[in-house]
Design a protein around this ligand. Sequence first.
Ligand code: MN
Length: 502
Amino acid sequence: MKSQQLKQLEVWFVTGSQHLYGPKTLEQVAEHSKEIAASFDASTTIPVKVVCKPTGTGSAEIHRICKEANSAENCIGIITWMHTFSPAKMWIHGLQELRKPILHLHTQYNKEIPWDSIDMDFMNLNQSAHGDREFGHIMARMRMNRKVVVGHWQDPKTVQRIAVWSRVAAAWADSRDMLIIRFGDQMNNVAVTDGDKVEAERIFGYHVDYSPIADLVAYQDKVTDKEVAELVKVYEKEYVFADNCIEGGKDRGQVENAARIEIALRRFLEAKGAKAFTTNFDDLAGIDQLPGLASQRLMAEGYGFGAEGDWKTAALFRTMWFMGQGMPKGCSFLEDYTLNFDGENSSILQAHMLEICPLISDEKPRLEVHPLGIGGKNDPARLVFTSKTGPGVAATVVDMGSRFRMIINTVDCIESKKLPKLPVASALWIPQPNFEIGAAAWILAGGTHHTSFSYDLTVEYLEDFAEMAGIEAIVIDKDTTISEFKKELKWNDLYYHLNKGL
Ligand code: MN
């Protein structure tokens, strides 16, 4: 899949000032801005281009920059910084117009006060301490969604926070143009995976389309035996084959059928320009088996996936994959599968019938074919593995009827025992702050049994995303207590009610 490269995307660095201090000061402001933007641009931590724009010194100019940012396709957001005092009424028209994400950087060119030489010339130039407060006021008054990052521009912690926001802004731009294909409908009667697709288009930009499985069958019928043989060779390089799957094995034909489905599915999604898809095990007429292996491999390439018609999780996976491009430990669609009560180490086995992304595997996956016992189709091929250990973050988006709610839970993945009779890929985690509070809070918030999970991302990424989307975000982490959490849910209901829902 030709994923949009993060490197081709731009954030614009826009410095605010005014004409009060004369042209010499403005020249210095422009020089410093160029230097700071160039340093961000050169940073390997920030994965997108950082482009310095002319200093904003008046309402018309600022308005023009904001309009240009809106219409520039590669521009995913703007970073603003007030080097001097920039009277914020000048910013109102531009900010009213701005539809791209905004990060307000509160920094200063000088790291430390030059105690011996500081004079009024210095003060006419280095005014962000009060200039950024004036600017912050107008955005607060306008109730603007934004991120505020405070720190010296050369501090790696500051750069890291800008990098997080840049990745999220890139994923936000990606979501504004996300086509999600649903083969079949939701699993009948399931509530939590369903939702308002019209609102999803309005809020996130998702376009959620239905495709009859027959459309995929038409692609499948055009796949040649040679193409299938070539893909199976790729499988042989990447995976350990079970005895029944090797050449001459009794289920070799099932592996070939899985390869045929994968080729068809990838071609179909490419032809549609889709970034995510869902399947339904009840809707597979004309397909040999549930596309388990295909879903696993397509997820690893960045296609969003949700089982049983779960388009919200499919979209969220795509977004989390997009944010985490180039990061080491991976992400996956997961389901809370079964519980393990074990005192302090009580945990939740995370798995699915088949569709877990191999990016999170801690071993060379095994390719196996086994009966499924659901859906009434032939035995499907799947990758089987256990996952890496360590901290991660699980997230979901639910439709509360009048708004979308994102629920974010930090989790600790622990070592799992072997599952010799359950041939699925899996992870095992303890939700924070512990199993009892973590699971209770998730249930109180109305969270799904499906999640999108990442080892590489943190709560900050998902909070930034929810901020850009303007949706509710609630976090379950090491500090969560049930009594405070219940109050937060009630307060949020009131807040979103007062704001007429989202
Ligand atoms: Mn499921």
